[in-house]
Design a protein around this ligand. Structure first.
Ligand code: AMP
Length: 191
């Protein structure tokens, strides 16, 4: 199994690039944001619990997302690997993921960190707000909160994996194709 985390701040292109990477490599895409939005749409108790937190740009509790990821991983025992997108977002989530994969004699093989400058991130999020229909994209105050949560809670996850020497920085600016080619080159050389 080859497991990858696509890492980066809100607006760095994780969702867009994940779609291209799963087509090319056959990874099972696991996006906790997508899974949570599905729960919300279906009006499940978990979705109802998550809704207010997502609308405010706050994180959903670790045990909730860890439980979702465990179920999703266990539901796909035969895939060539997982592409984690928007997860892990805290050190506790990273440690739980490492433990879950270790149970299956697997690990995170690489973390590809999409680097995008602040100005470009804001520009992309404003653009996305016009088309995504996501309430957490539309409000600048919520966007600011998400950036703050990213800096305080999520950035340490990159340092956690950097200790294992598996983080690779990828220039996340330029055309979608250029960025995809950089990611593919990194996977090719590391995989
Ligand atoms: P995303 O689509 O990844 O930007 O996620 C949208 C929102 O869902 C985030 O702002 C959080 O409120 C929530 N969320 C997604 N993934 C996680 C996670 N791994 N841990 C906690 N909350 C999450």
């Amino acid at each position: 199994m080859y497991n990858l985390i696509l890492f980066g701040p809100p607006g760095s292109g994780k969702g867009t690039q994940s779609e291209l990477l799963i087509k090319q490599y056959g990874f099972k895409h696991l996006s906790t944001g997508d899974l949570l939005r599905k729960e919300m749409k279906e009006g499940t108790p978990l979705g109802m619990q998550a809704k207010g937190l997502i609308a405010e740009g706050k994180l959903v509790p670790d045990e909730v997302v860890i439980g979702m990821i465990r179920s999703a991983v266990e539901a796909h025992p035969d895939v060539p690997g997982f592409l984690f997108d928007g997860f892990p977002r805290t050190i506790a989530q990273a440690e739980a993921l490492d433990a879950l994969l270790a149970e299956k004699d697997a690990a995170i093989n690489n973390v590809l960190f999409l680097k995008v400058n602040q100005e470009e991130l804001i520009k992309r999020l404003i653009g996305r707000a016009e088309t995504s229909g996501r309430l957490d994209d539309a409000d600048p105050e919520v966007q600011r909160k998400r950036q703050e949560v990213y800096t305080n809670e999520t950035l340490p996850v990159a340092a956690h994996y950097a200790k294992a020497g598996i983080v690779k920085d990828i220039d996340g600016e330029g055309s979608i194709d250029d960025i995809f080619n950089r990611l593919a080159a990194a996977i090719g050389s590391l995989g």
